[in-house]
Design a protein around this ligand. Structure first.
Ligand code: FE2
Length: 224
């Protein structure tokens, strides 16, 4: 399944968190899944009426508030199913209408397009990435220039290191990386270039832990 068979529509949240909101559209059926719907509902409804897609699913990388903002509206207006990892929902007592749970390596279908769910804990206990043949949606796990913070209930910097190793072993060089937040570099960079330029892919466990948890980081959005 490559980008000959599906499209990616990107929306940018205009609130201070500036999330990237991606929609995967199966080209033949026009069925679609939106990932981490953070932006204004108006942006989503405009996109749906402009493109004529059939929004069936909401995929959640993790349950932080900026990633789940429009779930209620999307279920109400479009009857979407909402997919989140079982670990994430169980640990944080997350619940919503039409909730569906997935486990590691489970495969979801949007029309003819297959999406593999990879559980990648670290930022939260049940964070997930969504892998298509040539795209990886990484939520707050892998950023182009860094990785998500590992602070708070269920977070673990050692798990984050292990998730980076898992992604390294599982993802091909030419896969394009789509994080939930981007800073100075656009999403859609190849995994090969991310591995070369993102310091977290170059560190051994001890250094990774020390660098990610170093003191005096600027704020919640310190990603590098
Ligand atoms: Fe987050």
């Amino acid at each position: 399944m490559n980008q000959d068979t599906y499209d990616i529509i990107s929306l940018k949240d205009t609130s201070f968190t500036k999330n990237n909101v991606y929609t995967i559209v199966d080209k033949i059926t026009r069925k679609a899944a939106i990932i981490d719907p953070a932006c204004d509902m108006r942006q989503i409804t405009d996109m749906i009426s402009r493109t004529g897609i059939v929004l069936e699913q909401v995929l959640i990388t993790h349950s932080h508030p900026d990633h789940i903002r429009r779930i209620g509206d999307l279920v109400y207006h479009y009857g979407c199913s909402v997919y989140i990892s079982r670990t994430e929902a169980d640990y944080y007592c997350f619940n919503c209408p039409n909730m569906m749970l997935f486990d590691d390596e489970e495969i979801l279908a949007v029309g003819n397009t297959k999406i593999t769910c990879l559980i990648t804990p670290g930022h939260t206990i049940g964070s997930a990435c969504f892998l298509l043949e040539d795209s990886l949606f990484t939520g707050d796990t892998v950023f182009i220039e860094g990785c998500g913070i590992c602070i708070g209930a269920g977070a673990s910097v050692v798990s984050m290191y292990q998730s980076f190793q898992k992604i390294k072993a599982r993802v091909e060089n030419d896969v394009k990386i789509y994080p939930a937040h981007t800073y100075n570099i656009l999403p859609g960079q190849t995994f090969k270039s991310v591995k070369q330029n993102n310091v977290y892919f170059c560190l051994e466990e001890e250094q990774f832990v020390a660098f990610r948890m170093r003191k005096n980081q600027k704020n919640l959005f310190s990603f590098s």
